[in-house]
Design a protein around this ligand. Sequence first.
Ligand code: FA5
Ligand code: MG
Length: 452
Amino acid sequence: QCRYNSTGTSPSGNVTVDGKSYQTDEWHNLSSNITASISRRLHVQKDHPISITRSIIESRFPSPTFKYHNNFFPVVSTQQNFDSLGFPVDHPGRSKTDTYYINQETVLRTHTSAHQADVFRANESEGWLISADVYRRDAIDRSHYPIFHQMEGARMWDRTKAPNGDIAAAVLKDIEALPKHSMKVEDPNPPTHPERNPLQKEHSLTEAEAIAAHLKKSLELVVVEIFSRAKAAAVSANPDFVDERLKVRWIEAYFPFTSPSWELEIFWQGDWLEVLGCGVVKQDIMDKAGQPQQLGWAFGMGLERIAMLLFEIPDIRLFWSKDERFLGQFRGLSENLDNLRRFVPFSKFPSCYKDVAFWLRSSSSSAGGGSRANTQDFHENDVMEIVRDIGGDVVEDVAKVDEFAHPKTGRRSLCYRINYRSLERTLTNEEANGYHEQVRKALVEKLGVELR
Ligand code: FA5
Ligand code: MG
């Protein structure tokens, strides 16, 4: 009997990630284009827009209060990525359809929070920033890519070091020391809410409110910093540039490792774009890291999203381009952060849309089929992964355009529309057909679907 996973790699054997070898098992679901991209480390490549964005944000969190970590290895244990942060065992983020597993206990980190516990335990500074590549099996469109970059930040205050043990007073003093800004921010909710956003039992309301205020102010200053530089870049490109009034808002959120928690959204090109999640660190995390006397905040932000705002970069695939028409536009900017230039898109090449329609197998015929897709356990991310594996960056977008169930048999039929469009050249119809034919074959081989 043969067991398949979504990428068709053999279940047991070895895989080498950035020079380190790992034993694989039936959880393994890495594809070769992911393994190949791990070494790119865009966040530390000189003059790369992700790296420039990182430097600008770091400048808002100065050393030595903040220590910077930019070289943490991307392979972590499920303990680091999930358990250390209080993720329940049945959390959907742990599933093979969402996360890249090397083996049952080892994953490519899905967020920089995977390193929180270790850095808290080391306790080397009052604050820290971690920038790194993170990995998620996800949809394919212009703002989602299976590898992206996050910056994690935290700032702690020590109860034993605060005058009279009064943390709130110490935090308020630090808020006074932050620069003022005049950006308007919507923040309609109270700092804590008994059901939606509870205060932790170890914290007084005054403490939590002070830490929250410091957190929000620090992150608002990041937005001000980014947008003042984005505006300067836009004005230098176009003297008639009119700034659409910047709109920013805080909304309530939930994370297993912070409470209360929030997300920050920015209104951009007609929609609210989520740029970060954050909150007051759960005391349980600090206790387990051997630092029960520390209280503070943490955030995690998406560097691509910020870089897209900063330079007006329209497609997330561009960050991976090695084309001089992309990279050349940023050359020299890291020495010149006060004189950024807006990205000038190169001409768009034509789209080539191809549809693929198929029946899922009925659930009853799934016996012995391993993870092959039947009506019950089909997951769209498996289709995305197959398309990504074959088309790579030539695929701009994959969208479900039709779905129905057969009235008698209950079998489900799905249709996906794939947009083949290179950022760098015009694809011939034969090339697009070639990719599409491979996709059709792989769907049958790997998911066991029946083409229509
Ligand atoms: C997290 O990953 C939490 N670890 C953040 C956090 C850290 C909360 C510390 C509290 C304390 P989330 O899954 O929402 O949360 O991702 C954080 C940010 O990463 C998002 O706001 C977004 O800016 C970015 N992001 C998420 N998914 C993608 C994606 N597929 N492509 C690009 N950016 C993404
Ligand atoms: Mg989120």
